[in-house]
Each structure stands twice: as structure tokens, then as C-alpha cells.
Design a protein around this ligand. Structure first.
Ligand SMILES: Nc1nc2c(ncn2[C@@H]2O[C@H](COP(=O)(O)OP(=O)(O)OP(=O)(O)O)[C@@H](O)[C@H]2O)c(=O)[nH]1
Ligand SMILES: [Mg+2]
Length: 403
């Protein structure tokens, strides 16, 4: 009996000490920065001042830390709201794969583009006589792969010139030649980093936009994983308030890597949710806030205006670091029209091309960059959680033309 009591006492003491330790480290690491001088945090309810639509109550009951599915332990009682960046980093969450070399790992997914573009072009270029008909076939191959008219002409001219200089052609020479010309079109001297650096207690702010079903929410979730893998803390903003399911979908992605999701009432004002997400991100002291928005057709003026408003309201905190346009690579040229309209409304800073795994139209990378003058920064190569890769021109072109 005594031994049992003794064991219980020891267990309680040990648990208490452990709990104290955990809480202690958390507190130490997670203390949000001291209240800044900025008035919007200390002042009573920060108002976005955007007129009537911004009146959606922003004091919705927040999810408490217990609902974040922390795997047991004494932690919940020790954490106040809003949870701190460290508090949501509970053990038991997934560790995403490192991002380096992802495109190389996923290169096989580009096989359709590879066959259509790379192999097709190499076969044509290896013909003994490169007559006009063959050059026309080369042109058609490029156009079919959605490279776009202007870039296709430039590529064919470049190739013709260099083939002439070359005279005889070994397969290796042709491969090198094609590689060089494709790289020139894709562009190797552009900065493709997704800007997420926090500054002056302001988290990096990224907004994700695009038409319906292109992969915005999936991309936001995958990007959160990329950032977490790189050691960043993330808050997600579910500014798609059209359907409750949209916020659930995003929150599920977040929970897998311990990122907190800020959501609003269904059918509420998306600008208000986006504003709150950044506000909470600031208060929690996280590195990056990722805002997912509802899909909208570029032809619906009202919805496009709403998107402009979301951006302006978020900018009351600070300028956005990135506005990523998510385009479905399988929609081909139609994506270019969308891109143009979105760029007019919200100043796109980077393009995410999704579903490149399911299409032979890898040339859209070239066309869309040309259209917007904005680089492709990320590519989606599958539905898996880590199937989003930083876009690397060399790895991409190598994947297209094979070894
Ligand atoms: N094969 C493949 N599927 C993808 C990729 N990216 C997204 N998807 C799929 O595309 C579908 C739509 O993705 P969502 O992220 O829900 O798209 P969304 O843009 O948020 O959709 P809305 O919010 O309704 O506008 C899902 O089934 C995703 O799994 C990709 O790179 N490859
Ligand atoms: Mg979505």
C-alpha cells in the first residue's frame, strides 16, 4: 500500500516537473514580442475602416487550444488565447519533407510534358534533313505544349540559327542546344523565392488567389508545410467564407503541421477574416501568415472587386509580401486570360502552376511568365501533401528533355 502511494507521489512529482519544464520552455521561447507602440494592437477593437461590409463581428468565439488536437499532456491549461506560435507546435505533428531538390524528386511526374515536348522536339531535330516541313512540325509541337506563339517563334529562330552553325548534329549536341534555348525562354536570372521574411514584428504576408478549383487551398496547405519544413511558424487565414467546408479544408492542412487557422463566420466578410488573420499572426509572433481566398471567375466583376478589397484591408497592417496566382496548368491558354485580369486587380507577384503532373502542356510555364512578366515560383506536381516544389528552371528543363 505504502509503495503504491509512494509511486503515485513520485509520478505526480515527476509529471509536475515535466509539465513545468514544458511550460517553462514554451513560455521562454514563445513570449510574443512586448506590446509594440503601434496603436492597432493596443487600441480597443482594431477597425479596418472599410465601410459597411467590414462590420462582420470579428469577435467570433475562437477555437480554443484544446480543439487543436494537442496530443494529451498538461499543456492546454498553461496556454492562454490566442495561442502562441510555439503553443501550436505540439509534438506528434507531421514533419514535412525538406524542400531542397523536390523538383528533381518529382521530375517523373512531368512525363507527359516530357514525351510531348522534350522527346518530340529531340526526335524532330535529329532528322537528317531539317526542311521547312520539319521546322513547321517543331513549331506545332511547341504550340501544342502551350509554349505560346511569340516564344515559339523565338525558340524556332534560335534553334535554326544554332543548327546551321553546328552542321552535323550528335544527339548530345542537340540536347545541349535545345536545353540552352529552352532555358533562355524559361529565364534563369529571375528571383523566384517566395517572399515570407518577417520584419519589425510584422509577419510575412502571402495571399493566394485564382479561379475556382485551381488548387488554391491545397497550395496554401502545401506551402504551409514547405515553410514549416524550413523552420518557420505559420498562421493560416481562411478568407474563403463562401463555404464552411473551405475553412475546414484549410484548417485540416494546418493542423497536420501545427499551424493555427483563423476563420470567420460562414458567408462573413472575407476581408475581415484576412485582416484578423494578420492581426493574430502579429500577436502570436509567427513568421508568416498565409491567406487562402475563395475561387472566383475573373469575369465576375463583383467578386474581383471583393478580392481587391481583401488586399486593401490587409494592407492596413502592412504591404503584402506575395500575391500568388494559382493557375491550373491543364486549362492551357485560358489560364492566360485569367492571369491578366487577376494581375490588374491585385498585382500578382508570383505564379503557382498546379496539376503539371497531369498534362502534356508544360510549355504554359513559358507562356504565362511572358504574359504577366511575373515568374513561376512554385509548381504543383500531384495531390500528395509534399507535391509542391519550388520552381527551378534547370531541373524543369532537364525533366522535359530527359537525360
Ligand atoms: N494532380 C494534381 N491535383 C492537384 C494539384 N493541386 C491541387 N490539386 C487538386 O485539385 C483539386 C482542387 O484543389 P483545391 O485546393 O480545393 O482548389 P481551390 O482552388 O482551393 O478550389 P476552390 O476553393 O473551390 O476555388 C483537389 O482535388 C486537389 O487535390 C496538383 O498539383 N496536381
Ligand atoms: Mg479553396
Amino acid at each position: 500500500m505504502e509503495t503504491v502511494i509512494l509511486a503515485v507521489v513520485i509520478a505526480v512529482v515527476v509529471l509536475g516537473a515535466l509539465g513545468g519544464l514544458v511550460v517553462g520552455t514554451r513560455r521562454k521561447k514563445s513570449l510574443p514580442p512586448p506590446p509594440p507602440a503601434a496603436p492597432d494592437i493596443t487600441a480597443p477593437p482594431a477597425e479596418p475602416h472599410v465601410g459597411d461590409e467590414a462590420e462582420t463581428p470579428r469577435d467570433e468565439p475562437r477555437r480554443t487550444i484544446e480543439e487543436v488536437d494537442l496530443p494529451g499532456g498538461p499543456a492546454p491549461t498553461a496556454v492562454e488565447e490566442p495561442p502562441t506560435a510555439e503553443a501550436v507546435e505540439a509534438p506528434g505533428i507531421e514533419i514535412p519533407e525538406p524542400t531542397a531538390g523536390r523538383l528533381v524528386r518529382l521530375r517523373a511526374r512531368l512525363s507527359r510534358s516530357q514525351n510531348a515536348l522534350g522527346k518530340g522536339l529531340l526526335t524532330l531535330l535529329s532528322r537528317e534533313h531539317l526542311d521547312d516541313d520539319t521546322w513547321e512540325e517543331i513549331e506545332d509541337t511547341l504550340l501544342t505544349a502551350d509554349v505560346g506563339v511569340q516564344p515559339t517563334q523565338e525558340l524556332v529562330e534560335g534553334l535554326r540559327e544554332r543548327v546551321k552553325v553546328l552542321g552535323t548534329r550528335t544527339p548530345e549536341e542537340l540536347r545541349g542546344l535545345l536545353r540552352g534555348e529552352l532555358l533562355k525562354l524559361v529565364g534563369t536570372d529571375v528571383d523566384r523565392t517566395v517572399k515570407t521574411e518577417p520584419e519589425d514584428r510584422k509577419p510575412g504576408i502571402v495571399m493566394v488567389v485564382g479561379v475556382n478549383g485551381t488548387g488554391k487551398t491545397t497550395t496554401t496547405g502545401k506551402l504551409a508545410r514547405v515553410l514549416v519544413a524550413d523552420g518557420r511558424t505559420v498562421v493560416l487565414g481562411a478568407a474563403d467564407t463562401f463555404r464552411a467546408a473551405a475553412a475546414d479544408q484549410l484548417q485540416t492542412w494546418g493542423e497536420r503541421v501545427g499551424a493555427y487557422t483563423v476563420r470567420g463566420p460562414e458567408a462573413g466578410d472575407p476581408a475581415s477574416v484576412a485582416f484578423d488573420a494578420v492581426k493574430e499572426g502579429k500577436e502570436m509572433g509567427v513568421d508568416v501568415v498565409l491567406i487562402d481566398t475563395a475561387g472566383r471567375l475573373h469575369t465576375k466583376t463583383g467578386l474581383m472587386d471583393e478580392l481587391g478589397k481583401v488586399k486593401r484591408v490587409v494592407e492596413k497592417h502592412a504591404p503584402l509580401d506575395e500575391v500568388l496566382l494559382v493557375l491550373d496548368a491543364t486549362t492551357g491558354q485560358n489560364g492566360l486570360v485569367q492571369a491578366r485580369v487577376f494581375a490588374e486587380v491585385v498585382d500578382i507577384t508570383g505564379i503557382v502552376l498546379t496539376k503539371l503532373d497531369g498534362t502534356a502542356k508544360g510549355g504554359i510555364v513559358i507562356a504565362v511568365q511572358r504574359e504577366l512578366g511575373v515568374p513561376v515560383k512554385l509548381v504543383g506536381l500531384g495531390e500528395g501533401a509534399d507535391d509542391l516544389a519550388p520552381f527551378e528552371p534547370e531541373a524543369f528543363v532537364d525533366a522535359l528533355i530527359g537525360d
